[in-house]
Ligand binder design. Structure first.
Ligand code: UD1
Ligand code: UDP
Length: 363
């Protein structure tokens, strides 16, 4: 079987790492890995291929940054020409970025089966570009790999046939288990940053709904600066957010109260997450990783796709409209609030299940 995988943004490298590892070990599947080039900085792309032993991309399309239409359109055209030349048995896409949608759309128009890892996630907020990407990708897909029961229910509610949907668990949990051991051995990030175990808050901020809204972004940075008066706040900063900080003297001065560092590789990130006392984030993946490490999370968004984290008490939705609400949520979490110890994302064998199902349906 010939499988063509489309990835391009940081979280997709982490997810693909565990699936591609399984495929590499099988003799009956040939994987062509297409990197769209949506993320291209060394610390946003290459480092993941190196640390997570992802096979080098067969092709890097080198698309880079652009507006949604231009970025997705350029990807679509290039992916289509590769699909026409290669005629794979299926196209595998991950998550909810513009690279995901471009891969799915290019394939479905050529009647090549699409398989979507992380299907069925919904925020029910259509202002998020990711929500549009997810919905369109799910409806273009033939195999939908849902990480949670909630995701399965969302797909059923949208009329997607049950036979297309497979509850596999979450590949990010597989990654946390597998690479977590490697991280423990290889990362020296705490020493490098000059912080101690369980004596700092870890934060990440990159969502368009926050970075593109000056009021929300200022609210977040005011809150983080206030928290930093009490406990160090470490923020590996996404280039999107860095670019905005550089242009804004107020944000810059608030950010100067934090321990701002460049984006880190996955192994360092796992160690930063594991040893944080609280994580404050607007990332989808980091919310779950907080729970994998049993660290309470405060989410800097108004809603989350990972609702089970909220209902089990691991995650507090603090939004980004009130500094006080964010600070209070972090303070409550600092007092040691922990959630229920229940398994939410499978047993660490999601990638294995996915490869098994791909083989069954596409061979
Ligand atoms: C994208 C995804 C988002 C995901 C995030 C993961 C879409 C619509 N959004 O958002 O769902 O959570 O990736 O990190 O696909 N930049 C660099 N260097 C890079 C990459 C980006 O400087 O290597 C800067 C550029 O200024 C660029 C901006 O970041 O314009 C945004 O990058 P883009 O890939 O468009 O979106 P993300 O915000 O990264
Ligand atoms: N991540 C990382 N280094 C960082 C920030 C995040 O390795 O400096 C990892 C994180 O551990 C998770 C993934 O990147 O596995 C999440 O990506 P991101 O927050 O960019 O996107 P989202 O999950 O919100 O789409």
């Amino acid at each position: 079987m010939k499988l063509l995988t489309v990835i391009g943004a940081r979280p997709q490298f982490v997810k693909a790492a565990v699936v591609s590892r399984m495929i590499k070990d099988s003799t009956d599947i040939q994987e062509l890995l297409i990197h769209t080039g949506q993320h291209y900085d060394q610390g946003m792309s290459d480092i993941f291929f190196q640390e997570l032993n992802i096979p080098a991309p067969t092709v890097n399309l080198g698309i880079g940054s652009a507006g949604h239409g231009a970025q997705t359109g350029r990807m679509l055209e290039k992916i289509e020409s590769i699909l026409l030349a290669e005629r794979p048995d299926g196209v595998l896409v991950y998550g909810d970025t513009n690279s995901t949608l471009a891969g799915a759309l290019a394939a479905v128009k050529l009647q090549i089966p699409v398989a979507h890892v992380e299907a069925g996630l919904r925020s029910f907020n259509r202002r998020m570009p990711e929500e549009i990407n997810r919905i369109l990708t799910d409806h273009a897909s033939d195999l939908l790999f849902a990480p949670t029961e909630t995701a399965v229910k969302n797909l059923t509610a949208e009329g997607i046939a049950d036979k297309k949907v497979h509850m596999t668990g979450d590949v990010m949990y597989d990654a946390a288990l597998y690479f977590g051991r490697k991280a423990e051995k290889e990362s020296s990030i705490l020493k490098d940053v000059g912080i101690r175990e369980k004596a700092y808050v870890l934060a990440t901020v990159h969502r368009a709904e926050n970075t593109d809204d000056p009021v929300r972004l200022e609210t977040i940075f005011r809150a983080l600066a206030q928290i930093a008066q009490r406990i160090p706040v470490v923020l590996p900063i996404h280039p999107r957010t860095r670019a905005i900080l550089l242009r804004d003297p107020l944000l810059n001065s608030l950010a100067s109260k934090l321990k701002l560092i460049d984006p880190v590789g996955y192994l360092d990130m796992v160690m930063l997450e594991r040893n944080a006392v609280v994580i404050a984030t607007d990332s989808g993946g980091v919310q779950k990783e907080a729970y994998f490490q049993r660290v309470p999370c405060v989410t800097l968004r108004d809603e989350t796709e990972w609702t089970e984290l909220v209902t089990t008490g691991w995650n507090t939705l603090a939004g980004a409209i009130s500094t006080e609400r964010i600070v209070t949520a972090v303070e409550n979490a600092l007092h040691g609030t922990v959630g229920e110890d229940v398994p939410l994302y499978g047993n660490g064998a999601a990638a294995e299940r996915i490869v098994h199902i791909l083989r069954e349906h596409l061979s």
